[in-house]
Write a protein that binds this ligand. Structure first.
Ligand code: PLP
Length: 241
């Protein structure tokens, strides 16, 4: 190994290592293998590296800003991966999001719900899978619906013919000790269970999109079915996101 060896050279190793850790966490939690979808978060990373990740088998890719994702998705190909929008979606970017993404994890208002449904009709796209982002009472994020307003939002999505509610997402505050994120993950799982019992996700139990580089193992122990991992696969980001 020389000093010029970069994160890029190690991509295959890092990707395999994360997949191994996911399987270990599932095993540890007595859950079935492959019960978690790994979403590789590619924000700030160039298309050359994303292309390598796709070649290594990354099938689910996530970005948090429409304006950054658009040229990348167009260059790499809309059908080369399942594209997940994991960041807050502004109303004026909703049409582009409907055209570019396969799944939206950050649905957080009634207004956005109605707009996305209308845009799906206008853009003649098939049903758009959406997850509602829940703000579990933390000050660090501005996005996400409060638990109090969640039921009303779920009911609204249920009325939208072109949206399919597939799960819930959350983004706990950063803690040095990932154990401190556990109550947030547990809380989201319990909210999800209640909604699932009420039939809010159709025939499915509903996805739990939770866990990032720092805390995904705890999230999997608490039932995560989608983990969103950037840094552990692609290295530290230089730009602030
Ligand atoms: C950046 C980001 C991630 C990935 O974070 P890492 O700590 O790099 O794994 C996950 N989810 C969201 C919403 C993000 O913005």
């Amino acid at each position: 190994m020389t000093e010029s060896r970069t994160v890029h050279d190690d991509l295959g190793e890092r990707f395999a290592n994360i997949k191994r850790r996911i399987q270990q966490s599932l095993h540890h939690a007595r859950r079935s293998a492959d019960d978690v979808t790994l979403i590789a978060i590619t924000k700030t990373h160039p298309t050359s590296i994303i292309k390598e990740a796709i070649a290594l088998g990354a099938a689910d890719l996530g970005e948090n800003r429409v304006q950054e994702a658009e040229p990348k998705i167009i260059e790499l190909g809309r059908s080369k991966a399942r594209w997940h929008l994991v960041g807050h979606l502004q109303a004026n970017k909703a049409r582009r999001a409907v055209k570019l993404f396969d799944v939206i994890h950050s649905l957080d208002s009634i207004e956005l719900t109605q707009r996305l449904n209308r845009l799906c009709i206008e853009e003649e796209r098939e049903k758009l899978p959406v997850l509602i982002q829940v703000d579990l009472g933390m000050e660090t994020t501005k996005s996400g619906v409060s638990e109090t307003d969640l039921d009303e939002l779920v009911a609204q999505v249920g009325k939208c013919e072109y949206l399919e509610l597939t799960g819930l997402m959350t983004l706990p505050p950063f803690f040095d000790d990932p154990e401190h994120a556990r109550p947030y993950f547990r809380k989201l799982a319990s909210i999800r269970n209640k909604l699932a019992d009420a039939g809010s996700f159709g025939n499915s139990r509903g996805e739990l999109s939770m866990g990032m580089t720092h805390d995904f193992e705890v999230a999997i122990e608490e039932g995560a079915t989608m983990v969103r991992i950037g840094t552990a696969i692609f290295g530290e980001r230089t730009a602030q996101h």
